[in-house]
Write a protein that binds this ligand. Structure first.
Ligand SMILES: Cc1cc2nc3c(=O)[nH]c(=O)nc-3n(C[C@H](O)[C@H](O)[C@H](O)COP(=O)(O)O)c2cc1C
Length: 324
């Protein structure tokens, strides 16, 4: 196995993290990922502290392994109470995204929690390190869901963030197999975080129409919505994404856009499987995904692919030296 900084800090077997998935996060899926050797995560999205704590309890009931809760800070008004619930329920790892983590980190560190901060710029990553984060997830805009306005890619973010912080970096956005993981390692990451790939897994409780949409995707199947309103989000193309783009084109209001991208419509798409009246998040790597394995099989396969890819790269360099 590839022992590394991430697995040591988080006390996990594989350097593979599940990203938060808003209100539709599935505690059983998170527990399955942790039980199989990765870091399972539930996102609290816009849930109340009470609803979030219920999900945390289910996740903790299904695993004794390290697991994580993601708080998208600026979208959840009960962040403070959720942090208290996390501490109460003894969740060992917390992931903070979409907002300023510096006010929350001290309380988490005082309670010996490991803190992961999701960043999409060098500036954000440096600030998170200064505030006491243990790990930076650098997320490119290939990723599913809400993205940063600068629209940097994972390939360009990993080396730039790695160069500017001294804590370990995890790559997110556009990774769905071991070759992607090996590429991230080559660029300076010590782990990876995935969202889209984990949607199409046996254990995920999302609607089969959502899983099938990921499997049926091509390289042209995702679209960014919300540029007009400075609120960008990557979703799978379809009737609902057209409605959202239409709203932007006819200069609809930002209030209407926020209302139409509320987590209610995320649930209608992803959990109820109604792809006309709700949306489904999906990253650009969806076009590469063509199966629905168990999370254990997926992560074991990825570890093998990563090792093969890294060994293969060494061979390529040898060849060059011989003829060079
Ligand atoms: C259904 C879904 C919901 C998501 N919701 C959140 C969220 O609430 N908070 C967050 O930080 N990231 C969220 N993301 C992003 C993931 O955590 C992860 O970083 C991203 O999906 C990685 O890129 P990938 O989709 O190319 O694997 C979401 C992704 C998906 C697929």
């Amino acid at each position: 196995m590839l022992g590394n900084k991430i697995t040591d800090i988080l006390n996990i077997k594989y350097p593979i993290i599940q990203g938060g998935m808003g209100n539709i996060s599935d505690p059983e899926l998170a527990a399955a990922i942790s039980n199989a050797g990765g870091l399972g995560t539930i996102g609290v999205g816009t849930l109340s502290a009470l609803e979030a704590e219920k999900k945390i309890k289910i996740m903790m009931k299904h695993t004794t392994k390290a697991c994580c809760v993601n708080i998208p800070i600026s979208v959840n008004p009960e962040t403070k109470q959720i942090v208290e619930a996390i501490i109460r329920q003894k969740v060992p790892v917390v992931s903070l995204s979409a907002g300023n983590p510096s006010i929350i980190i001290p309380q988490l560190k005082k309670n010996n929690r490991k803190v992961i901060c999701v960043s999409a710029t060098v500036k954000q990553a440096k600030k998170a390190e200064e505030a006491g984060a243990d790990i930076i997830v650098c997320e490119g805009y290939e990723a599913a869901g809400i993205n940063a306005l600068n629209e940097s890619t994972t390939m360009t973010l990993i080396p730039q963030i790695s160069k500017n912080v001294s804590i370990p970096v995890v790559a997110a956005g556009g990774i769905a197999d071991g070759k992607g993981m090996a590429a991230a390692f080559s660029l300076g990451a010590s782990g990876i975080q995935m969202g889209t790939r984990f949607v199409a897994t046996k254990e995920a409780s999302f609607h089969k129409a959502y899983k099938q949409a990921i499997i049926d995707s091509t390289d042209e199947s995702t679209v960014i919505v919300g540029r007009e309103f400075n609120k960008i989000r990557r979703i799978i193309k379809g009737t609902y994404s057209e409605k959202l783009l239409d709203l932007e084109n006819r200069e609809g209001s930002i209030t209407e856009f926020i209302e139409k991208t509320d987590e209610v419509y995320h649930k209608i798409g992803a959990v109820d499987g109604d792809l006309v009246n709700g949306f489904i998040n999906g990253g650009q790597i969806a076009g590469f995904i063509d199966d629905c394995p168990s999370v254990a099989h997926l992560m074991e396969r990825m570890m093998k692919e990563a090792k093969d890819a890294l060994n293969g790269s060494k061979e390529m360099l040898k060849e060059e030296a011989r003829h060079g």
